[in-house]
Design a protein around this ligand. Structure first.
Ligand SMILES: [Zn+2]
Length: 309
């Protein structure tokens, strides 16, 4: 049975950094955002985190052979049909309500299950990390055969998330042709509510969900990682965290299949929370996002005004 640590949360919440740090732990292999692998990698042959084209990466080549008898054998059109049928945010109430999942949900989930098991074997690890983030996919994976699903729900202040979604970020894996999606603050605030609520619902369905706050995690990454290792069911020695220094981490090459451009970074990266929004997000937008997200911001322990205790 493959043990999967699924990183969930709305994009721009710091999941890529958390994934990269987890990938440095012994017995853990970080796979990137597997949800995008079918299209971006199998079809478009984008770059792996190691820098090679997907088709040229030895790790993924072996995973494809073991899981499916080669990537060419994967019916990507079928994966997309299933995805459209079952993995939508609006389907979450239905996904959460099943006592027994219908065949298309199981079929879709098992594409992932086969990939996870093969990746764990090829990497020789007990835990794989999928940072796909989408809450609907997490609800689907509840129905995968032979997957020991454990979720890390990464929450970041909705106003920081909103600011980040307004910025332009290029996607280096497409050699600069493409940019990452942008959302208006109103749109990202609605998405923030919906996705975070969906992970609460997943937890009430019996899936182990550990919620972490991006800001808190970066304040003490050592204890944050130890906490996540225990969620993954692995033992870490103090020396296993030697890649963490005072305010930085030393990252090695990984094989992230898709995701934020930070997946290509190798070497020393600063571990500093990005609070640019506190100065750069216009007050009117800050109030809007704060109002739309107020109940859950408070529930997660965020202060809406600097004056609030
Ligand atoms: Zn690679």
């Amino acid at each position: 049975m493959a043990r999967v640590l699924y990183l969930g949360g709305l994009g721009r919440s710091g999941t890529t950094l958390v994934e990269r740090l987890l990938g440095e732990l012994p017995g853990v292999c970080a796979l990137g955002e597997v949800v995008h692998l079918w299209q971006r990698d199998i079809v478009h042959d984008e770059r792996c985190g190691c820098g090679a084209r997907f088709s040229a990466c030895t790790f993924w080549k072996r995973v494809g052979e073991r899981a499916f008898g080669g990537w060419a054998a994967v019916d990507v059109a079928r994966v997309h049909t299933l995805r459209d049928a079952v993995e939508r945010t609006r389907h979450i109430p239905r996904l959460a309500g099943y006592a027994e999942a219908p065949p298309d949900v199981r079929e879709y989930a098992n594409f992932y299950a086969r990939l996870y098991a093969a990746a764990a074997d090829v990497a020789g690890v007990g835990v794989v990390v999928d940072s796909s983030k989408h809450s609907a996919l997490a609800h689907v994976l509840r129905w995968a055969d032979d997957v020991d699903l454990r979720v890390v729900h990464v929450v970041r202040d909705a106003r920081g998330v909103a600011y980040s979604w307004t910025k332009t970020v290029a996607r280096p894996e497409t050699d600069g042709i493409d940019e990452m999606t942008r959302y208006s603050p109103a749109r990202s605030a609605m998405l923030w509510n919906a996705h975070n609520a969906a992970f609460g619902l997943l937890s009430r369905r019996g899936v182990p969900v550990r919620r972490i706050r991006y800001e808190q995690f970066l304040a003490d990454p050592r204890s944050g990682l130890r906490d996540l290792a225990s969620q993954a069911g692995i033992q870490v020695a103090e020396s296993d965290l030697d890649f963490l220094g005072d305010g930085y981490a030393d990252l090695s090459v990984g094989h992230s299949a898709a995701g934020n451009p930070m997946r290509f970074t190798v070497g020393r990266v600063p571990l500093r929370r990005d609070d640019a929004w506190t100065a750069a997000l216009p007050p009117v937008q800050r109030r809007l996002v704060g109002a739309v997200c107020a109940p859950m911001l408070r529930a997660y322990g965020y202060r809406l005004n600097p004056q609030e205790a």
